[in-house]
Design a protein around this ligand. Structure first.
Ligand code: SF4
Length: 505
């Protein structure tokens, strides 16, 4: 731990000097990308079908649990307590992993993490790795970094494999190929999968059998596996991966060397805490009562499983997020994807429009937080606006992250950052400043109201004012400015109540 960001024990470490952010930044702003996505009818049909199916399954299994709300409270409280003592828990995790024969590496950013993993793979002499589905390794762009070093990385999660073979990007946290239909998947397999039957059918069983045959050969020859981790238990140094297919367990048990890349926020203090999340996660994510495969391991065991285990603890902007009291709640996320499945924006645009590894409501929060907002037109700057603020994400989040509040805070930060970049205040800022000045004094406010009613005479009565003249025309681009009333409220009050308390004179 002593090398981790050079921070003394018990303090929140600061951000890295030059944070590399891997694939957290897209190349287009959300509104542009969303417009294209909305024009894709097949994409919208696939998304609507998939998200409504998962939503219904989740609702059904959540309704079975009488103390679901208490579980959510517990999950939220455990996460809050964990963030408050993160450095100590990470040190405890490190000590326990190493006591059981594993090695721990600390990575400040994507570049460091990629360099560590590449060096570890090269040390084994292998030029290929098999991978368990991992958001953290997508976040840092590990596959691309390995490829640059001449190492091929094979995704073994079925949906990730479809994305990889299709030279595509994931569009959902849990179901990365949610945007693909069966016939598209069949086409990808026939085109890209070596030795596949050209007459392959597009029913799920046939597609799964083709993928199984392809992957089985890779599992048996792989000497190195790379995984993420859903949780790391500090009290025993145990890592945990939950999945549905068993392919992850093949990766975690067959190769000689296992390298796990884990975001530092994934640590949990104890096994009792893990118990809470193992109940919350499967019902919220796949709508299952428990995950079909829950793998846990600690260090290495002679003659059983990988004989070399490395844990790479990844910061990559997380400590910057941790320093913000409200913002840090985004680090509570257990990547269940329930918020994606209920989001009306995500359901219509899909994940690619968000441009970053983390799509949907949590991506609209997490990606800008990890990279920082510039106040300009960087793709991540547009993400906090990719929401209707309806609150559905908050209602389903198993750890009660208040995503709407976080989005509003990020919008405010973006507005402030934008003001800082301008030499002159924006028309909006100038208007707000003028309004604040007028409202700060009762007499000024009354005079301003009268001035507005007088301006009415120059306007066609009863008609909305649209558009306003420059530079205020941006405000009326999507709404009308109402015509000022003939009389101010204060004047009406004085006239009808015979009380002049509303008048300034
Ligand atoms: S924010 Fe909440 S609902 Fe969304 S993925 Fe994270 S844990 Fe799940």
């Amino acid at each position: 731990m002593s090398t981790f960001l050079g921070m003394p024990r018990g303090r929140v470490p600061g951000p890295p000097a030059d944070p590399a952010v891997g694939q957290l930044t897209g190349d287009r702003e959300f509104p542009d990308a969303a417009r294209d996505a909305l024009a894709d009818t097949r994409l919208r049909r696939n998304l609507a079908h998939a998200t409504s199916t998962i939503r219904a399954k989740r609702a059904q299994v959540v309704a079975e649990v009488p103390d679901w709300e208490a579980l959510r409270e517990a999950g939220s409280a455990i996460k809050a307590a964990t963030m408050a003592q993160l450095p100590e828990l990470l040190e405890q995790l490190e000590a326990n992993v190493e006591a059981r024969g594993g090695q721990v590496h600390w990575a400040r950013d994507a570049a460091e993490a990629n360099a560590i993993v590449t060096r570890l793979v090269q040390a084994t002499g292998s030029d290929e790795v098999v991978k368990v589905k991992s958001m953290a390794t997508q976040e840092i762009g590990l596959n691309e970094a390995l490829e640059a070093a001449g190492i091929s990385a094979l995704e073994t999660d079925l949906a990730e494999l479809i994305v990889q073979l299709g030279h595509d990007r994931p569009s959902h946290i849990l179901v990365p190929a949610i945007h693909r239909g069966r016939s598209e998947i069949r086409e990808i397999f026939v085109r890209e999968m070596p030795g596949v039957d050209p007459h392959l059918r597009d029913d799920p069983a046939a597609l799964a059998a083709a993928a199984r045959a392809h992957l089985r050969a890779a599992f048996l020859r792989a000497r190195v596996a790379v995984s993420g981790a859903n949780f790391g238990v500090a009290e025993t140094g145990t890592l945990s991966v939950v999945e549905s297919e068993g392919n992850g367990r093949m990766c975690l048990t067959l190769p000689q060397t296992l390298i796990t890349v884990m975001g530092i926020e994934k640590v949990v203090p104890t096994w009792r805490d893990l118990e809470v999340f193992l109940q919350l996660l499967p019902r919220s994510s796949t709508g299952e009562r428990m995950n079909p495969y829950t793998s846990t391991w600690a260090g290495v065991t002679a003659g059983d499983g990988p004989q070399e285990f490395h844990l790479v603890l990844l910061d990559n902007g997380r400590t910057r997020v941790l320093a913000d009291e409200l913002g840090r709640t985004a680090l509570h996320c257990i990547r269940c994807s329930a918020c994606l499945n209920v989001c009306p924006v995500y359901e219509r645009t899909g994940g690619h429009a968000y441009g970053s590894v983390y799509p949907g409501p949590i991506g609209a929060v997490l990606s800008p937080q990890l990279t920082g907002l510039t106040g300009g037109h960087e793709p991540n700057d547009s993400l906090p606006y990719a929401s209707s603020l309806c609150g559905a994400c908050y209602d389903v989040c198993p750890v009660k992250i208040n995503i709407p509040d976080l989005l509003v805070q990020l919008r405010a930060e973006h507005t402030e950052a934008r003001a800082d970049r301008r030499r002159l205040p924006s028309p909006e800022a100038a208007a707000m400043k003028a309004a604040a000045w007028a409202m700060a004094d009762a007499q000024r406010f009354a005079r301003a109201g009268r001035a507005a009613t007088m301006a009415r005479h120059g306007i066609r009565r009863g008609r909305p004012i649209t558009p306003l003249p420059r530079p205020l025309n941006g405000w009326t681009a999507s709404r009308d400015a109402p015509t000022p009333p003939a009389e101010t409220f204060r004047d009406w009050w004085s006239r009808t109540r015979g009380d002049d308390s509303g008048d300034e004179s």
